[in-house]
Design a protein around this ligand. Sequence first.
Ligand code: F6R
Length: 617
Amino acid sequence: MCGITGYIGYRDAYPIIINGLKRLEYRGYDSAGVMLFDGTQINLSKTKGKVSVLEEKVNNEISNKGVIGIGHTRWATHGVPNDVNSHPHISQSGNLVIVHNGIIENYNTLKQELKTRGYTFKSDTDTEVLINLIEEIKTEHNVKLGKAVQIALNQVVGAYAIAVFDKTNPDEIVVARLGSPIAIGVGKDLKEFFIASDASPFIEYTKDAIYLEDEEMAIICQGKEVKVRKIKDDTLVDTDVQELQMNLEQIEKGGYEHFMLKEIYEQPRAIIDTYRGRLLREKGIIKMSGVEDNMGKFLNAERIVIVACGTSWHAALVAEYLFEDFARIPVEVEYASEFRYRNPVLTEKDIVIAISQSGETADTLAAIKLAKERGAFVFGVCNVVGSSIARETHAGAYTHAGPEIGVASTKAFTTQITVLSLMALRLARAKGTMSSSKYRHYLQELELIPQKVESLLKVDDHIKEIAKKYMLSNNCLYLGRGYNFPVALEGALKLKEISYIHAEGYPAAEMKHGPIALIDDRMPVIVIATSKGHYDKVVSNIQEIKSRSGKIIAVVTEGDTIVREIADHVIEVPETEEAFTPLLTTIPLQLLSYHIAVMRNCNVDQPRNLAKSVTVE
Ligand code: F6R
């Protein structure tokens, strides 16, 4: 986690860095800091709190002049969030400054060694150890910053994306990565360079970007081409300058009060973008190059294992139903964090699918590496183009959701399900487990989903009214069956992460095995009761809640009359095939959580203790 930014060029670095940090706040927001070099001295300011707090501090404390600087927004790992532990960290001599995203695992050993050589430490962080290690090496070996960074990183165990500045050679910034992302924006005629955890901080300045791979570093110097080297042995790497597809509009709120709301409303467009060019209804086919190119592997697979975390794990559960139902391939869904430490049985006949919005989740990445070591073919479903997971997997399919900035995932979930539905259908056709008429019907139904989501968004005011009634609840239960069991889990996750109300998701039939004891007249129960998915059984579950005075908010298919009679509130979703209902039933649950969180004055886009991409295990 953590976001880093940097600038070296001819413009004022401060506004570029501070705006960049605001865009990267999704990566962490418990403290922030900036270092600017004004040509003579280092001006450094850092503070607990968000980037807006840092801005005030900079205004009151330091000169914000200078054409070179680095900045950081933090999600604490080592050391509590406070002013001292905030980045940038400065070396003992006061000459070297660093911002760091990641964890140095052997920091304690290194710290003890440095202490014996006279170093003292102000903070509890691993990063302060790293900058002093670099300083010690620079002095001891009498080398320039780049070399010192390289030697130091060869002694370090852990993960990092770093940007380092040296006052004694102030024309360059050294960057390096292992496990945490770093992008370098290349300005026109090499007159300026931008450094950031992703390209969003520099999108309005340049479309040319270099993404460092793991174990690579670069010395960035105005007017000089960026040369990327291997940290291990200093060999030069071919530098690939990529053209960015992202635009400024995509990363701004566009008139919405919050990114989360904007992203909920973007779902019709995001789903279309995700199936565009893949779902060719008129031809009656699905084209997905990542699947076509590896069809032999998919057809011979004895099993698919899906690894993911959080919301992406919920999408994986939907995929389990889809792949088994459509293509008759056995599926296991694993939390990436458990899978990687469980010595799982994997063979070359297994396909591992890794799902991740950010493409940077450390546990998912580690699970991929393990699966590859065991000989499995690994397929990625990612949103962020060029992300670590996209690069680490053998093949994959992007969701084209566009940048997701709200910390709570919304459009990532529905676009992941879209990609997974396309895959399941394509494999069903290839395996002959679905008739061609049924296949065509499903293509038609999937194509109609965006307009159904659009119509569903129109009932937002009704959902807001329901939210008003339950905004003060302390607990909430979400129930669903079949394809909508994962939706119940996702609904509960959305509510707890942004409104801090305790919520649990359960398969509806499991309620009687325990959770029913929780039900009383203060317990709102959100039940997904669409017409095709074990409807009668869910209606019985609703009756059971009713007889214990629970408050029922039911998500039903348009025209439902039975549940309407029993439930306290109903939210209708348009009719579709059961397999695609998660793409619809999720939407009201996202909106309900959103409105409750807003009414409770919670920070919807940046909930406490969370970060958008979890690059630590
Ligand atoms: C919940 C949420 C998280 C992420 C999880 C995985 O709203 O956003 O649970 O889904 O951290 O992240 P990715 O998909 O980036 O691997």
